[in-house]
Design a protein around this ligand. Structure first.
Ligand code: OXD
Ligand code: MN
Length: 595
């Protein structure tokens, strides 16, 4: 229990509304984790995997309607509509609360309400924040144990009058007297799902979904949406970025934070195994970075999470051996295929599967029409299990960021790597980032999606104001501002063949960036930014033909020019919130492209 009156009051208030059968305060212990899994094994919604192959690991199958984030059902309820801008769903806060209170009323009948005290970031770090999630889902409790720091030590850090971010969650499936889940993943129908944010109150209310970012509220809801608003208010940064450390053969350490939209290989890059001799890469985080300017003027980053909630399909010993090692034990799998020998499998795991049970619980063979694993099937694994986790990954002071990278999945037009001319141009590159479709959100259908800073689904205030915040941070960082680059690993030739080997060979591009910082690598000036000169990329031992390299580093001025009207239209939606400095960047780009 806690001495924090505000917390006690909130718990008792929500208990009255949700009427759970019991309340359990989570202590974060291993016993508690085991108990959650036991409850779910008994309810028939968890399966224990083979102990010798995958120790202490479990498989869940969600309801087919509850497999990803639901952007259409995600709301930002600021007091003023104009503050959320055109990229968020706005509802008047009072109206949304009234609607949701009706749903919360009695929603935990037959279930236990778990109170999860959690810290985003190492407990006690000047960059960390405390959240309290209330949930009726043992699946959420177990996942939060992995993804955040949970338990009594957080309540101790909170003390009697510390600040916390209240995160309310229910799966929205009360149980009648004697009813059990009986093998069925509990959730509410799509039209009753609400993932709601009240930024002025630092408050999160989620109802109806038990899955991922909709339910593990520390992640997208707190560490990105609510934190984005707090960061703007308080002068720091909450970004959808991986963090890694790259050490060169001379021992100099570079810290890189990189933003890519969902399903662009962020986890792969975060755990990169360099193919160039003498370079070492270590992972600090794979999804979110919180950054503050330290007293020495450097930008210091922490990973607020303590686990990986990674997309399983496509993960293999070839694409990401370090992720495969991270998930060998103590891992929760969701919506993967179950093999006949009680292990997991998914498309792109690198080994064949002849027979199994698919993510919907149906018999599956390679001849089946449907996929064995859902494209957004996930693993939840402790970060400490990653063999290349950086020794400083829990350093409360964070690591100093030298390089920002933006990117997206573009099969054409965008070259392998571009260095921005300066900070403002880098902000323009981040703002105009675009990617081709993803499976991480249920309801995103358009082919090319502009996803500024990979924050489109996660920035909970006007995107124009967010860009201004980036310009302001650049001013404050001055000479200590990280260099900004834009990358695209996904170029294809006219026959649909990948032009760049990717994966470990992406280290060659990172090396070029580090060498640029040290003034050791050449570049060529182009209208869109600085690109590597043909000889400055280290391609020793890799098979990239001269023709492919030329294509990878080509700037097709005509193609870039043809995207300008759409970029202009995209920017103009922010009306008077579009920063003057962004308009200037656009005009400059247009001029440079001869438009
Ligand atoms: C994620 C996402 O799950 O970005 O990380 O959708
Ligand atoms: Mn993400």
């Amino acid at each position: 229990m806690t001495k924090n009156e505000k917390l006690k009051q909130w718990v008792s208030e929500m208990k009255k509304i949700c009427t759970p059968d019991a309340v359990h305060w989570c202590d974060g212990s291993k016993d508690e984790y085991d108990r959650m899994l036991e409850i779910m094994l008994d309810a028939g919604i968890a399966m224990k995997l083979d102990e010798s192959k995958r120790p202490n690991s479990f498989l869940f199958r969600s309801d087919p309607s509850d497999v990803a984030r639901v952007e259409d059902r995600t709301y930002v309820a600021s007091r003023k509509k104009e503050d959320v801008g055109p990229t968020n769903n706005w509802v008047e806060p009072k109206e949304l609360k009234e609607k949701m209170l009706k749903l919360y009323n009695g929603c935990m009948k037959g279930r236990t309400m778990y109170v999860i005290p959690f810290s985003m970031g190492p407990i006690g770090s000047p960059i960390s924040k405390i959240g309290i999630e209330m949930t009726d889902s043992p699946y959420v409790v177990a996942n939060m144990h992995i993804m955040t720091r949970v338990g009594t030590k957080v309540l101790e850090a909170l003390g009697a009058d510390g600040e916390f971010i209240p995160c309310m969650h229910s799966v929205g499936k009360p149980l009648a007297q004697g009813e059990t889940d009986n093998g069925k993943w509990p959730c509410a129908p799509i039209e009753q799902k609400y993932i709601s944010h009240f930024p002025e109150e630092n408050l999160i209310w989620s109802y109806g979904s038990g899955y991922g970012g909709n339910a593990l509220l520390g992640k997208k809801c707190l560490a990105l949406r609510i934190a984005s608003v707090m960061a703007k208010r308080e002068g720091w940064m909450a970004e959808h970025m991986l963090i890694l450390r790259l050490t060169n053969p001379e021992g100099r350490k570079f810290h890189i934070a990189a933003a890519f939209p969902s399903a662009c290989g962020k986890t792969n890059l975060a755990m990169l195994q360099p193919t160039i001799k003498g370079w070492k890469c270590e992972c600090i985080g794979d999804d979110i970075a919180w950054m503050k300017i330290a007293p020495d003027g450097s930008l210091r980053a922490i990973n607020p999470e303590s686990g990986f909630f990674g997309v399983a399909p496509g993960t293999s010993y070839e694409s990401n051996p370090m992720a495969m090692e991270s998930i060998r034990k103590n891992t929760i799998f969701t919506n993967c295929l179950l093999t006949d020998d009680n292990d997991i499998w998914w498309e792109g795991i690198g080994v064949p599967c002849k027979h199994g049970v698919d993510w919907k619980g149906k018999e599956w063979t390679p001849e089946s029409k449907e996929k064995g694993a859902h494209p957004n099937a996930r693993f939840t694994a402790p970060a400490r299990q990653c063999p290349v986790i950086c020794p400083d990954w829990e350093n409360p002071e964070g690591v100093p960021i030298d390089i920002f990278i933006f990117g997206g999945r573009r099969t054409s037009v965008v070259p392998l790597v571009t260095e921005s001319f300066d900070w403002d141009h880098g902000v323009y590159l981040g703002a105009t980032a675009a990617s081709e479709a993803t499976a991480a959100a249920l309801d995103v259908k358009s082919k090319l999606r502009r996803d500024p800073f990979a924050m489109l689904p996660f920035c909970a205030y006007d995107m124009g104001d967010y860009w201004q915040h980036w310009f302001d941070m650049g001013d404050r960082l001055g000479k200590k501002a990280p260099k900004i680059f834009y990358v695209n690993w996904f170029r294809k030739d006219a026959d649909g063949k990948w032009l760049w080997p990717g994966f470990g060979d992406n280290s060659r591009v990172l090396k070029w960036m580090c060498d640029r910082i040290e003034g050791k690598a050449e570049c060529v000036e182009t209208p869109i930014g600085r690109l590597p000169s043909k000889t400055s990329l280290d391609l020793s031992g890799v098979k990239v033909t001269g023709k492919d390299l030329e294509e990878l580093l080509k700037v097709d001025v005509q193609a870039w020019k043809s995207e300008l009207p759409e970029i202009e239209e995209f920017m103009n939606q922010f009306k008077d919130r579009l920063p003057e400095r962004m308009k200037k960047q656009f005009a400059k780009m247009k001029k440079q492209l001869g438009g």
